[in-house]
Design a protein around this ligand. Structure first.
Ligand SMILES: Nc1ncnc2c1ncn2[C@@H]1O[C@H](COP(=O)(O)OP(=O)(O)O)[C@@H](O)[C@H]1O
Ligand SMILES: [Mg+2]
Length: 265
């Protein structure tokens, strides 16, 4: 269980990115965090693993209070949180395998990681994960030789090899075409289910969120405006979150696209 209590973030610039957010995410639950640009989505997930230091409030993960941990203990707890980024954040000149294994850096000793020596069981697990996401043949390719969709699959493997309890996912599809976006969202959600992983997926594409998750949180000006199932996201609710737009058109699009069969990438 992840629990946020009265989480507040005010940046030094005076920007109030989060205004007292309360949120509970049960083990194994995957939720989408939607909201317009600047709503505070990235700030919220970064406050959970303290890449951004919350101004006040508390974060608990599985009974441990993350806020207030010393840096040594925080490092240990961060292993339980995998992160997936919009721009993949791969090391371009390293191979796919090396990028995946870098997810284990929190576990291997300094000298082992310096010499890039990973235990055989980590290498075996990396191969298993690459196989699962359809990239086994790419293990020796350099990251900069991959397509966007393939890069994000590597990013997913790197997060999963940490064996986390929670995935924090920041706009995983923002740099991808619509079809690849859907494949990546589906893959993330399937993997969470297979592994009983909880996830918070920041995503500005409402239709995509509605297709794949059972719970949606709508953020606006740093406050939770909506918390419910995707079919409760009516045009009125969407207008409260995003402001005026033709939401009927968006919702129609989902009905049309919902069950469309897809070929593999
Ligand atoms: N490093 C920062 N310094 C100052 N203000 C920031 C910083 N990061 C984000 N903000 C501000 O905080 C608010 C929320 O931003 P962000 O969390 O990035 O929203 P979102 O991910 O929903 O687009 C915005 O007003 C943004 O300008
Ligand atoms: Mg963001």
């Amino acid at each position: 269980m992840l629990r946020l209590e009265k989480l507040v973030k005010t940046y030094k610039t005076g920007d109030q990115a989060l205004k007292s957010v309360d949120l509970e995410v049960p083990d194994g639950q995957v939720l989408a965090l939607i909201g317009p640009s600047g709503a505070g989505k990235s700030t919220l997930i970064r406050c959970i693993n303290r890449l951004v230091e919350p101004t006040s409030g508390n974060v608990f993960l599985g009974g441990v209070e993350l806020t207030g941990l010393s840096s040594g203990n925080l490092r240990k707890e961060r292993r339980r949180m995998g992160m997936i980024f919009q721009e993949y954040a791969l090391v371009e000149r390293l191979t796919v395998m090396e990028n995946v294994l870098s997810g284990r850096l929190g576990y291997v000793s300094f000298w082992r990681s310096f010499l890039r020596k990973y235990p055989q069981k980590d290498v075996d697990e990396a191969f298993r994960l690459l196989d699962r996401v359809g990239l086994l043949e790419m293990a020796d390719k350099r990251a900069d030789e991959l397509s966007g969709g393939q890069r994000q699959r590597v990013g997913i493997c790197r997060a999963l090899i940490q064996d986390p309890a929670l995935l924090l996912v920041d706009e995983p599809t923002a740099s991808l075409d619509p079809k690849t976006s859907r494949q990546i969202m589906r893959l993330i959600c399937e993997l969470c289910k297979e592994r009983g992983l909880a996830a918070i997926i920041n995503i500005h594409d409402v239709a995509l969120a509605q297709m794949f998750v059972q719970r949606v949180i709508g953020l606006r000006f740093g406050a939770v405006e909506f918390d419910g199932p995707p079919d409760a996201l009516t045009p009125v609710v969407l207008t409260t979150i995003y402001g005026e737009e033709d939401w009927e058109a968006t919702i129609d699009k989902i009905d049309e696209e919902g069950d469309e069969p897809e070929a593999a990438e």
